[in-house]
Design a protein around this ligand. Structure first.
Ligand SMILES: [Zn+2]
Length: 243
C-alpha cells in the first residue's frame, strides 16, 4: 500500500512538472513566463504590412520579441519569414512593390517621421542581433534597392533591459518596428502595445537572475517587480512541496 501511495505521489509530481513546463500556444513561452496577458486587449489596427525577415538563430532565442509585435497588431498585419537568404523566397516579388521600404539605418536612410503618411505600405524589418541583421542585409541584394528608413532614438530608454547585444539604435526588434509604424502612420499606439509584453518578459528574466542594462529608475522599478515575482514563485514552490 505504501508503495502504491509512493507511486501515486510520483505520478502527481510528474504531472506537476509537466504542468509547470507546459508551453503557451500563442507566445511559445513556458506557461509561467507567458507574456500574453500583457498584450493589448484590442490588437492595434495598423495599416502598414510588416514583414520581419528573421535570422534562423533568432527563432530559437527565447528572448526574441518579433512575435510580440505580431500578436499586438491586427491579425495578418505582421508576418515573420525565417531564413538567411530570401532571394528565392516564394513571395519575394512582393517586396518589389512600390511602397515597400526596409528599416535599416544605412547612411542613405531617411527618418520615418519625415515621410508623408501612406508612402510606405510594406515595411521590411531585419530580426536578429545587430551582427545577424547586418548579415541579412548584406546577403540579400534585393534589399539594397529598397528605400531605407530609420527611426529617431526615443526620449525614453529601451524597455528591453535584458539584452545581451546591442540592437539597432539600442532598441529591440519589436520596439524599433513599432516605433517606425507609429512614425509612418502618424499614430502613437503601436509602441505602447509592445512595451507591455517586453516588460513582462524582462520582469520574468530578472526574477530568474538576469542582469539588467537600464537607466537607474527603470532598473529599480523592474528589480522591485521582479522581486515580487520571485517571492511569489518561491511561495508557490513551498506550497507545492507541502502538498
Ligand atoms: Zn503566451
Amino acid at each position: 500500500m505504501d508503495n502504491f501511495n509512493d507511486l501515486s505521489q510520483l505520478f502527481d509530481m510528474q504531472e506537476a512538472v509537466h504542468i509547470k513546463r507546459a508551453t503557451c500556444g500563442r507566445c511559445g513561452r513556458p506557461s509561467p513566463t507567458c507574456w500574453c496577458p500583457s498584450l493589448p486587449r484590442v490588437p492595434v489596427d495598423i495599416a502598414t504590412k510588416v514583414i520581419i525577415l528573421q535570422h534562423p538563430f533568432e527563432e530559437h532565442r527565447k528572448l526574441q520579441t518579433a512575435r510580440m509585435l505580431q500578436l499586438a497588431a491586427a491579425p495578418g498585419r505582421v508576418e515573420i519569414w525565417r531564413g538567411r537568404h530570401f532571394a528565392s523566397h516564394k513571395r519575394r516579388r512582393e517586396l518589389d512593390s512600390p511602397g515597400c521600404a526596409v528599416l535599416y539605418p544605412s547612411s542613405d536612410s531617411v527618418l520615418a517621421e519625415s515621410l508623408p503618411r501612406g508612402s510606405v505600405t510594406t515595411l521590411v524589418v531585419l530580426d536578429g542581433t545587430w551582427q545577424q541583421a547586418s548579415g541579412l542585409h548584406f546577403h540579400n541584394d534585393f534589399l539594397h534597392k529598397l528605400p531605407h528608413i530609420r527611426v529617431a532614438a526615443p526620449n525614453t530608454p529601451s524597455a528591453y533591459v535584458i539584452r545581451t547585444q546591442p540592437d539597432v539604435g539600442c532598441l529591440c526588434t519589436a520596439e524599433a518596428a513599432a516605433l517606425a509604424v507609429d512614425a509612418l502612420e502618424h499614430r502613437s499606439d503601436c509602441l505602447p502595445a509592445v512595451l507591455g509584453p517586453i516588460e513582462a518578459l524582462c520582469r520574468h528574466q530578472l526574477a530568474w537572475g538576469a542582469v539588467p542594462h537600464a537607466d537607474k529608475r527603470t532598473k529599480k522599478r523592474l528589480e522591485a517587480e521582479a522581486a515580487v515575482l520571485a517571492a511569489a514563485a518561491e511561495e508557490d514552490n513551498q506550497t507545492g512541496a507541502g502538498l
